[in-house]
Design a protein around this ligand. Structure first.
Ligand SMILES: Cc1ncc(COP(=O)(O)O)c(C=O)c1O
Length: 335
């Protein structure tokens, strides 16, 4: 049940991010779904988003019967850019969903400018990016809509859960109604959902949020150890943030140069055999069975990243010796 802990958690989220309003919900996917309804997306509208993301980004577009239009990512920060999105805008385009992938901030000011000029709604899929920074401000600061996830794999967790951060008072009231059957002050205003966060989840979130700085600082130190170990090794490329931005390092992604003698699949198999829980890189949504009508489109950078990158263990409290063990195993690896 939703109660005072949810309110308290929402208040703490606004304090932490600088957003005016926060609406806690049952998942990051629910946050995306409600955001698209609240922003007035209609059937057949086109929404541009990356394919290199978790499938929920595009599923939410389908929940409102709109059409995802997949955009390729940059090679270096694994995010979409305003320039590549602009080329995909048509008369039917209504919104852009940017994803702060792996916690790496997407070009927010570039997208705000583009969306303002083209009169498009900008939704930030910030599922991975609570605590990431853009010019010294937290993701969600000054956003129209930024969707957070508290899934266990995220920077802080509530078991399952999510939140929408917004600076827009109208969105705030509509989102609060939509998460709870469209109900407000004795009336049902629209068809809503049961996407409420419970007080039990919020109580966990409050405790987790009190540790977020410690968690992110520790992750940044681990990422620095990985970066320093791999940045001058020509077999690898480290993923870099745009200038004046900083990731929360929800995930650490290592790109393996396809021209080198090793490949992502073999190195992953080797690390897993050594008991190191490395994971494959992000999958492309447009290659999935449930998106079969998109299977043949070409997004070369997304495919390259998906095929040639792996995610290395990063967590709080990971010991320096554990990071060094992983680095040594990767350095030792030969085909
Ligand atoms: C980019 C992205 N968007 C959306 C989601 C969905 O969040 P949730 O699992 O809380 O529904 C996730 C994560 O799981 C994600 O990584």
């Amino acid at each position: 049940m939703q109660g005072p802990k949810v309110k308290e958690f929402e208040k703490l989220l606004t304090k932490y991010t600088g957003a005016k309003f926060a609406v806690a919900v049952s998942s990051g996917t629910a946050a995306l779904h409600l955001s698209l309804i609240a922003s007035g997306i209609k059937s057949e509208d086109e929404i541009i988003c990356p394919s290199l993301s978790f499938i929920a980004t595009a599923n939410a577009i389908r929940f409102v019967n709109a059409k995802p239009v997949f955009c390729d990512v940059n090679k270096y920060d694994v995010n979409i850019s305003p320039e590549s999105v602009e080329k995909l805008i048509t008369k039917k385009t209504k919104a852009v969903i940017i994803v702060h992938q792996l916690g790496i901030p997407c070009n927010i000011s570039g997208f705000r400018k583009l969306c303002k000029t083209k009169k498009l709604i900008l939704v930030e899929d910030a599922a991975c990016a609570l605590g990431s920074e853009w010019y010294g401000k937290k993701i969600g600061y000054n956003s129209d809509i930024a969707c957070i996830s508290f899934h266990p794999r995220k920077i802080i967790t509530t078991g399952e859960g999510g939140a929408i951060l917004t600076n827009n008072k109208n969105y705030y009231y509509v989102l609060k109604r939509l998460r709870s059957h469209g109900y407000q002050d004795g009336k049902y205003y629209e068809t809503g959902y049961n996407y409420r966060m419970t007080d039990i989840q919020a109580a966990i979130g409050i405790k987790q949020l009190s540790k977020i700085d410690k968690i992110i600082n520790a992750r940044r130190k681990i990422a620095e150890l990985y970066d320093n170990a791999f940045k001058n090794d020509e077999r690898f490329r480290v993923i870099t943030c745009l200038p004046n931005t900083n990731s929360n390092y929800q995930s650490y992604c290592l790109y393996i140069n396809p021209d080198s003698e090793i490949n992502a699949k073999d190195i992953l198999f080797y690390l897993n055999k050594k008991g190191i829980c490395a994971k494959p890189g992000i999958v492309e949504i447009h290659k999935q069975k449930s998106f079969k009508e998109y299977n043949n489109i070409r997004l070369p950078n997304s495919s390259d990243m998906s095929k040639n990158s792996i995610l290395l263990p990063i967590y709080y409290p990971m010991k320096k010796s554990e990071v060094e063990f992983i680095i040594n195993e990767i350095r030792k690896f030969k085909k």
